[in-house]
Design a protein around this ligand. Structure first.
Ligand SMILES: NC(=O)c1ccc[n+]([C@@H]2O[C@H](COP(=O)([O-])OP(=O)(O)OC[C@H]3O[C@@H](n4cnc5c(N)ncnc54)[C@H](OP(=O)(O)O)[C@@H]3O)[C@@H](O)[C@H]2O)c1
Length: 251
């Protein structure tokens, strides 16, 4: 397919690379910051413009990978007739695109993507379209670069996004807090990596509810008390520690 990419951040960049690898042609990158559009366009070997510029109308597909809030104001400036327009957001209805084109849908990568990193394995995609025909086109397109494509309604995608935030964004935030604690206490955070991997790996064949270990589930009050004393100088981490301990004890 001939594709115009709107946006130039993490998802725009990772998906543009994926499309190109599978011989789809990126014909233009459009982004709010011209310099950001140029960076991705140079990598793709295509033209570029900013939001004030003219969008190339020769493409078959328009991928809009911008921040969720920017999606809501897109219909003030972008109108693409019958062209297929897709967004990539977990928590935004496909209908946010209904005034932009008569053919629209969603191509949501259910994975944490960073443009400086090679994506890990096959990226799962949740797709949706405003008509049966559009859905089929999106599904066939997605299958050219992923072996894990499934149809998901706005409501299902929203629920999965909530769960995704908990398992990925929240755990990563906990890693970041633990790393800061380790650095300040002069201990090596990397020693924890096998533990992080083991805990994540178990979720593929065990229910996490049955796999809980640690002082909270054992109700080891003396250990919990020692930990809280050590965390006296880390009020934010202590707060989270107490909240999660309470959640584990009462689950
Ligand atoms: N990253 C992920 O792991 C991930 C996974 C699945 C889905 N998503 C979804 O994919 C979409 C893009 O996420 P991302 O991670 O790629 O974000 P990102 O790296 O922060 O990039 C955001 C993009 O949106 C543009 N933008 C921001 N505010 C704008 C505005 N007010 N008007 C016009 N353009 C604006 C930026 O353009 P400039 O740089 O030119 O300013 C940039 O290209 C979001 O809907 C997100 O929920 C993200």
């Amino acid at each position: 397919m001939k594709v115009v990419i709107i946006g130039s951040g993490n998802v725009a960049t990772v998906l543009a690379r994926l499309f190109k690898k599978k011989n789809h042609e990126i014909v233009q990158v459009v982004s709010r910051e011209l310099a950001h559009a140029k960076l991705l366009a140079d990598e793709m070997g295509c033209s570029f413009t900013d939001n004030e510029g003219v969008i190339d109308t020769s493409a078959e597909l328009y991928l809009v990978a911008v921040s969720d809030s920017a999606l809501y104001s897109l219909n003030n400036s972008v109108h693409l007739g019958k062209k297929l327009v897709l967004h990539t957001a977990g928590s935004v209805s496909k209908d946010v695109l209904k005034d932009i084109s008569v053919n629209y849908g969603v191509l949501y990568p259910l994975q944490s993507l960073r443009k400086e990193l090679e994506p890990f394995g096959d990226i799962p995609f949740l797709i949706d379209g405003n008509t049966e025909e559009t859905q089929t086109i999106i599904k066939d397109f997605a299958k050219t670069f992923s072996g894990n494509v499934c149809k998901s309604s706005d409501e299902e995608r929203l629920k999965l996004h909530v769960a995704a935030v908990v398992v990925s964004n929240f755990t990563n935030h906990l890693y970041a807090m633990a790393e800061e604690f380790c650095n300040k206490e002069n201990i090596d955070f990397k020693l924890l990596v096998p533990l992080i991997k083991e805990t994540a790996q178990r979720t593929s064949n065990q229910s996490p509810a049955n796999m809980q270990t640690g002082p909270a589930v054992r109700n080891d009050v003396f250990t919990l008390d020692k930990h809280l004393q050590l965390l006296a100088n880390y009020p934010k981490l202590k707060y989270i520690y107490l909240k999660l301990t309470d959640s584990i004890v009462n689950s």
